[in-house]
Design a protein around this ligand. Structure first.
Ligand SMILES: Cc1ncc(C[n+]2csc(CCOP(=O)(O)OP(=O)(O)O)c2C)c(N)n1
Ligand SMILES: [Mg+2]
Length: 545
C-alpha cells in the first residue's frame, strides 16, 4: 500500500508549522524521526543532555517568537527533559517537547523504558498526552503547537510511541495552516473602557506585565502602551519579584501605587501576594489575563479591591488598550517619571566597587565592562543565570534580547540558552553570565557549540561556592553553621579549552576588557572565568547610598 510512515507524517507536519530546527538527543525510540528529518529538511541540533534540548527550545522561542521544538527519547531521556519544562512554563515560553515512547502493543508487558510519560510531564506543561495512532499524528502535532501559543504561552508535551512512528498512514490529511493557529481571546471593548477609566482616575497608577511580555517584540509593545497611556509599564520575570535588582528601587514605588493593572502578570509570591508593606492596603487592582484561574486567584487575594477584570490574550489586549487610551496630561505624568527613575537607579558605589580580597573582582566590576560588547549590535543577546552572580549580571547589564532563568528560579540553563540564542541571532554577540556552580550543569554543551560553530561568550563569576545558598546559611544559621556549599576553585576556562573552545582567566579588573575582546574575536565558544569576591546579591535601596 502506498502511504506515509508516521515518522514522516510527523516531521512534515512540523515543517508545515514552520519548524526548521529541532533540539534533540538521540535514542532508540526516536530513530524513525531522525531518519525522517533527513528527507523533511529539518535540522537536528544534537546536544549532550535532554534538559539542554528543552532549554534550547525555550530560548529559541523567546528570541524568535516561534515555537521551540525539543525531541528526546522515551523513558530516561524523557525524564531528563521534564525538569527543564518548568523553566519554560514559568517563563511562559511556547515549547513543544516530543518524546519517544514504548510501542502501544508492548505497554503493560514490561516494555523497554516503559513509563507513564504524559503523567510525568503533566504538572509542568499546559497539555500532555500520548499519540494514539499514526492516523492522528498530524493532528496531534498541530494541536500541540496551537496550544503552546494559545492564551498564556507555555510548553506542551506529546509522547509518540515507536509503533505510531513506524506505522504507515494515508497520504491525505496534511494539517492546514489554520490547525496551527493559536485561538485568540480578544479584549472586550466595555471591559477595556472600564479598566482604562479606573487607571485614569488613579493618582499613582502602574501597569505590571508578566514574563511573556519580556521578549524583545513584546517589550516594544509595552513601550508603545506606556507612551499611549503615560503610565509606566513594568515587566516582571524574576523570582526575586519586587526585589529584583534589575528593577532598581522599584519596590519603593510599588508600595505607593494606588492602582495596578495586572497585564498577564500573576498575583503570586513575586508580588508578595499583594500584602502590605509591599502594597498599600487600599491599592485597587484591575486585571487582564488569558486564564480564568488567575482572575480567581486575584479575587481571593484582594477581594473587592479587584475593580475590573477581563479574560483576554495579552498581545491583542495591549493593541486594544493602545487604540483606546488617552495619554495622561503632562501635569499627571510626574509619578510615571518617578517610577522610571526609581527603576533606573543603581547605587553610585557600584561604579567603583572593588573586591575585598586581592586577585578577585567585585561582581559589579566583573559585569559592567561587558556592556560595550552588548551595545555593538541591535540584536545582541544577554543571558543571565545562576545564583548571586546572575543577580549582579541582571542588575548591571542590558541588551535588546534578554533571556534569564526566570520566575522558575531554576539554575543551569545559561549555556543551552546561549547556544540557541546564537543560532537565532547568528551575527550578534551572545553573552551569558553565570555562576561557577551553574556552569557545571551543562558544561558539555560547549562541545555542542563547537560542533555547530556557534560562538558565544560565557562569563563565569567564579567564587568556588554555591554562594546563594551559602548566603542563606550565613544569615539564617550563622557563620559557624556553614555546610555543603563550597566548591573547588576550578578553572572553567581550561574546561572550555579542553572541549575545543577559547578560554580566558581573569583575576584583576584591568585585564578584563582585553580578555573580552580576545574571547569575542576568537570566533569560538569562549569562557571568561573571572575570580570574584563571594558577595551577596544586590538589594537596591536608595536610602542605602
Ligand atoms: C535546579 C536548581 N537547583 C538548585 C537551586 C538552588 N540554588 C539557587 S542559586 C544556587 C547557587 C548557585 O551557585 P553559583 O552558580 O556558583 O552562583 P553563586 O550564587 O555562587 O553566584 C543554588 C544551589 C536552584 N535554584 N535550581
Ligand atoms: Mg558560585
Amino acid at each position: 500500500m502506498t502511504g506515509t510512515r508516521g515518522a514522516d507524517a510527523l516531521m512534515r507536519t512540523l515543517v508545515a508549522g514552520g519548524v526548521r530546527n529541532i533540539f534533540t538527543l538521540s535514542g532508540n525510540h526516536i530513530m524513525p524521526l531522525f531518519d525522517a528529518a533527513l528527507d523533511a529538511g529539518v535540522r537536528l541540533l544534537h546536544t549532550r543532555h535532554e534538559a539542554a534540548t528543552v532549554h534550547m527550545a525555550d530560548a529559541w522561542a523567546r528570541i524568535t517568537g516561534d515555537i521551540g521544538i525539543a525531541l528526546v527519547t522515551g523513558g530516561p531521556g524523557h525524564a531528563n527533559a521534564v525538569g527543564a519544562l518548568y523553566t519554560a512554563l514559568m517563563a511562559e515560553s511556547p515549547v513543544v517537547l516530543i518524546s519517544g515512547h514504548a510501542p502501544h502493543d508492548e505497554l503493560g508487558r514490561g516494555a523497554f523504558q516503559e513509563m507513564k510519560q504524559a503523567d510525568m510531564a503533566a504538572p509542568v506543561v499546559k497539555a500532555s498526552w500520548t499519540s494514539a495512532s499514526a492516523a492522528e499524528i498530524r493532528a496531534d502535532i498541530a494541536r500541540a503547537m496551537r496550544i503552546a501559543r494559545t492564551g498564556r504561552p507555555g510548553p506542551v508535551h506529546l509522547s509518540v510511541p515507536q509503533d505510531v512512528l513506524e506505522a504507515t498512514v494515508d497520504d491525505a490529511g496534511v494539517a492546514s495552516a489554520a490547525a496551527f493557529a493559536p485561538e485568540r481571546a480578544l479584549l472586550d471593548q466595555t471591559a477595556a473602557n472600564a479598566i482604562l477609566a479606573t487607571l485614569t482616575a488613579a493618582k499613582r497608577p502602574l501597569i505590571l506585565a508578566g514574563p511573556a511580555s519580556l521578549t524583545r517584540a513584546a517589550r516594544a509593545r509595552l513601550a508603545a502602551l506606556e507612551c499611549a497611556t503615560g503610565i509606566a509599564c513594568v515587566g516582571m520575570e524574576s523570582p526575586r519579584g519586587i526585589n529584583d535588582p534589575c528593577l532598581g528601587a522599584f519596590a519603593e514605588m510599588l508600595a505607593r501605587t494606588d492602582c495596578v493593572l495586572l497585564l498577564g502578570k500573576r498575583l503570586d509570591f513575586t508580588l508578595a501576594f499583594a500584602k502590605a508593606p509591599a502594597f498599600d492596603p487600599d491599592c485597587v487592582f484591575v486585571q487582564i489575563d488569558a486564564d480564568a484561574s488567575e482572575l480567581d486567584r486575584t479575587r481571593r487575594a484582594v477581594g473587592d479591591r479587584l475593580a475590573a477584570s477581563a479574560l483576554a490574550d495579552v498581545t491583542g489586549a495591549v493593541d486594544t488598550l493602545i487604540a483606546r487610551a488617552a495619554r495622561r496630561a503632562s501635569s499627571e505624568r510626574g509619578w510615571s517619571d518617578e517610577v522610571r527613575a526609581a527603576i533606573a537607579y543603581r547605587p553610585p558605589a557600584w561604579d567603583t566597587a572593588r573586591a575585598g580580597v586581592a586577585g578577585r573582582l567585585h561582581p559589579a566590576a566583573a559585569c559592567r565592562p561587558l556592556q560595550s560588547l552588548l551595545d555593538r549590535h541591535p540584536e545582541s543577546v544577554l543571558v543571565c543565570d545562576g545564583g548571586e552572580f546572575g543577580q549582579w549580571a541582571q542588575a548591571c547589564l542590558e541588551a535588546p534580547h534578554r533571556v534569564i532563568n526566570g520566575v522558575a528560579g531554576s539554575i543551569g540553563s545559561a549555556l543551552p540558552f546561549a547556544l540557541a540564542a546564537r543560532l537565532a541571532q547568528p551575527d550578534a554577540p551572545v553573552v551569558a553570565l553565570l555562576g561557577d556552580g551553574t556552569f557545571g550543569f551543562h558544561m558539555a554543551e560547549i562541545d555542542t557549540a563547537v560542533r555547530y560553530d556557534l560562538p558565544l561568550v560565557a562569563v563565569v563569576g567564579n567564587d568556588a561556592r554555591w554562594n546563594a545558598e551559602y548566603q542563606i546559611q550565613l544569615k539564617r544559621y550563622g557563620s559557624d553553621r556553614l555546610v555543603g556549599c563550597d566548591l573547588r576553585p576550578l578553572r572553567y576556562d581550561a574546561v572550555t579549552r579542553a572541549l575545543g573552545g577559547h578560554g580566558e582567566h581573569v583575576t584583576e579588573a584591568a585585564a578584563l576588557p582585553a580578555a573580552i575582546e580576545r574571547a569575542q574575536a576568537s570566533g569560538l565558544p569562549a569562557c571568561i572565568d573571572i575570580a570574584i569576591d563571594s558577595v551577596a546579591a544586590p538589594m537596591v535601596r536608595r536610602e542605602a547610598c
